[in-house]
Write a protein that binds this ligand. Structure first.
Ligand SMILES: *Cc1c(COP(=O)(O)O)cnc(C)c1O
Length: 426
């Protein structure tokens, strides 16, 4: 497989952009390779600058649940673009998307659109602090919430893949009020509440952790957090930037039947364009300016193209059977990968929730960051490269989730499994 053109572009990119990429994990650092430069995407496929075709399980890191360049999304965007790209004034399309989000996600009464998941978590933390008059936030080791200073502590894949404990440049003061608990460990949360009475504003987590591979919540974990936060007058915040509309139409909160006070969204809600959102109980959301005093703003927020792509994507996901089909394909894939590993005598630990999946190269169960970080990243890197050579594009890190889309048909899944059979043998 020829990759000369990608190699040339990478060298060129590095002269004008730090590390040659605009988001770190893209650089393939942890799998010992060079990033592919992409020409175009179509359905389940990516095409690189050398003309190679890959079955894609990154799907732009989650947003493209309908596949690349979905016909209806593209048509809606073409129609929208002729009416201008941004107005900095309200539009009906924002109402349409807001209404659909409020209908689909159980805990969301009202919603604020922003431009990225990072912006959403930054806003939601400010809101939790404004609403409670408290400063401390509990987050979990291995959960990623974008890169607001306060949340860039023990933040899973991106930082861990680079071997950075945490990022330099984050002042101590910015993380002084960030407390760290262990995922799936209610006692670690209880201890923090007991040690800090009356000062914890909220607990933020990925209700299915998707930035240390894929770690499902243990039985009772989310319910336990709901009880603990309520008992201590703190807010429960689900970061559903990844899980929203992907593990269930109503997100992880619908799947597990736990109602958070506030929720962040991103990725799928923008249908492949840059969007984030935060929402929740209307008494809390009414604190957000201009309804209330908590300031948060954005020049491009509610962008008409992003709203159009998000709205079209969610409307398609609402159709009967669509999400079920995508989940079914993820099941089929995981079953096949499991059988392929067993046939080759390889030990792996697989996890899947809805359309998110991960293959850990470890024998032990993965339930938190500690057990996830015990995985054999060298074995993963070999598997990754063996799959890439066979035309399958997995996320270039052991600690990222894989995603299926509506375009991953049985045939595509079976081709992937055949590649896995050979890759495990190799
Ligand atoms: C991707 C992600 C974010 C950050 O979103 P960006 O749009 O990359 O800023 C936040 N939280 C979770 C759970 C994510 O998966």
């Amino acid at each position: 497989m020829q990759r000369t053109r990608s190699e040339q572009l990478y060298a060129q990119a590095k002269t004008t952009m730090p590390g040659g990429v605009n988001s770190p994990v893209r650089a393939f650092n942890s799998v010992g390779g060079q990033p592919l430069f992409i020409e175009r995407g179509s359905g389940p496929y990516l095409y690189d600058a050398d003309g190679n075709r890959y079955i894609d399980y990154v799907m732009s890191w989650g947003p493209l649940i309908l596949g690349h360049a979905h016909r209806e999304v593209t048509a809606a965007l073409k129609n929208a673009i002729d009416r201008g790209t941004s107005y900095g004034a309200p539009t009906k399309r924002e109402i349409d998307l807001a209404e659909l989000v409020c209908e689909m996600v159980p805990s969301i009464d009202t919603v604020r659109f922003v431009n990225s998941g990072t912006e959403a978590t930054m806003g939601v933390i400010r809101l939790a602090r404004a609403a409670t008059g408290r400063d401390q936030i509990i987050k979990f080791s291995g959960c990623y919430h974008g890169h607001p200073d306060a949340l860039l502590v023990k933040a899973g894949s991106g930082v861990a893949t680079l071997g950075l404990p945490d990022s330099p440049g984050v002042p101590e003061g910015a993380t002084r009020d960030t407390l760290i608990a262990d995922y799936n460990d209610l006692d670690s949360v209880r201890t923090l509440f007991d040690a800090n009475p009356g000062t914890i504003a909220g607990v933020i987590l990925e209700p299915v952790a998707g930035n240390m591979g894929v770690v499902p919540p243990a039985d009772g974990f989310l319910h336990g957090l709901r009880q603990l936060t309520s008992a201590h007058g703190a807010l429960l915040i689900f970061d559903e930037v990844m899980t929203g509309f992907r593990v269930d139409r109503g997100g992880a909160q619908a799947l597990y039947g736990v109602t958070p006070d506030l929720t962040t969204l991103g990725k799928i809600i923008g249908g492949g364009l840059p969007v984030g959102a935060y929402g929740g109980r209307s008494d809390l959301m009414s604190l957000v300016a201009p309804a209330g005093p908590m300031y948060q703003a954005g020049t491009l927020s509610g962008n008409p193209l992003a709203m159009t792509a998000g709205l079209t994507t969610l409307q398609i996901l609402q159709r009967p059977g669509v999400l079920e089909k995508i989940i079914g394909q993820a099941e089929r894939l995981c079953r096949g990968i499991g059988e392929a590993a067993a046939a080759a005598g390889r030990t792996i630990y697989q996890t899947r929730v809805g359309t998110m999946f991960c293959t850990y190269f470890t024998a032990a169960q993965v339930t938190d960051w500690e057990s996830a970080s015990a995985a054999n990243t060298e074995a993963f890197a070999k598997f990754f490269n063996a799959m890439l050579t066979r035309g399958v594009y997995l996320a270039p890190s052991q600690y990222e989730a894989g995603f299926t889309s509506l375009m991953h048909t049985n045939e595509i899944i079976d081709q992937t499994i055949e590649a896995a059979v050979e890759a495990f043998r190799e």
